[in-house]
Ligand binder design. Sequence first.
Ligand code: GDP
Length: 442
Amino acid sequence: MLENIAQKFTDITKQLSGKGKITEKNIEDAVNEIKIALLEADVNLRVVRRFVNRTIEEAKGEKVLKAVDPGQQFTKIVYDKIVALLGDENQALNLNSPNKTTTILMLGLQGAGKTTASAKLAYKLKKEGRNPLLVAADLVRPAAIEQLKVLGSQIDVPVYFEEHKDAVKIVNNALDYGKKNQFNTIIIDTAGRLQLDQDMMNEIIAVKKAVNPDETMFVADAMTGQNAVEIAKSFDEQVGISSVMLTKFDSDTRGGAALSLKSSTGKPIKFIGIGEKIEDIEPFFPERVASRILGMGDVVSLVEKVQESVTQDEAEQMQKKMMSATFTLEDYLDQFKKLKKMGSMQSLVGMIPGMAGKINDEDIDEKGMKREEAIILSMTILERRNHRLIGPPRKKRIAKGSGTSVAEVSRLLKKFDKMRLMMKKVTKNKKYQAQLMQQFGG
Ligand code: GDP
């Protein structure tokens, strides 16, 4: 997520940080580099120009040149400007009170992730206590209805559909059905084509008129950069949108769409899609994204993720187990699961201040973790609780069952033994703390 742009911005601001004095020339150079970085990130040229002019104007003022740490002051200006580009603050969904129906219309081109986004939103709102109904009104893409049904059953949210091509009729009937059956949030997945075409627009305009939605959310593919912004503008002009959900943000290293959308369309990004799984949806927080872009990390999101995945009780229990050396392979496996729930290691590392862009995929041994997980899953429960039970014949079976080798199984068991030994020592001696941390890193 945003690795490329984060790396560039970190390099630029680092050059100025720590300098007791900076000149106007230093500022001009830095702003010039920022300009290049933004253009490379595929940010709209007009947006870049405005950004650059405003930054120069403010940075050349007395406040920066005479600041105690001018580099820091400069970074703060850039940070504020990026927050403003991203839309200042998080904007919530337009939701009615639970006893009144809320309708959400999802728009976008085929492949942008509209169907996935509809289900993700339903899942999120359901978790928040609402009673959502999904409506399959994408009658163009043949598999869209089936896909929505599959996603709906995964999250236990009903999907309304009809076997004909009259979208307006379908949504009208869906609204009646929803109201009669106490669904208070109706999310409608509309038709998308590969390119904009007038037939699709006309259909969506008619559907919007029939629904009169509380929220008209444009689903934009972050990977398509400025193109996504242009399409959003076009939808806004013809249909009218109220917000944007930016999908595939997890795969977007440049950030161009995120940085241009608000200032080009005036519409806030309310959510981001950060993976293919149904829970991979997050509210969009400009400050957090700006922190990431400037390589300051995103500690708030990281803490929230940990809190979502591990309760305070669980954390305390785990700590106790570690300290009393009753930590088993079963617990170790449990930790993998919790880590997985938090998302990919790469995305977690990106949230740690100063780490964005510094760690490559090769540095994070996710494959190794998966192999270790496979090995543990091939053990019996008794073996997971007491790995000393595993003799040579069982090692062979476990290696076969997990598609690994006896050497790998032995290595994991040895590593685990070492880890437990270290945990025991840690309770007695603080200096082992660092070694223990290293051990966890693999
Ligand atoms: P639609 O044609 O707009 O309805 O698109 P889909 O919902 O079928 O999504 C198209 C593809 O994008 C699918 O393979 C999805 O799994 C994938 N996708 C959707 N959202 C995200 C996301 O936030 N991150 C990633 N990595 N993939 C996504």
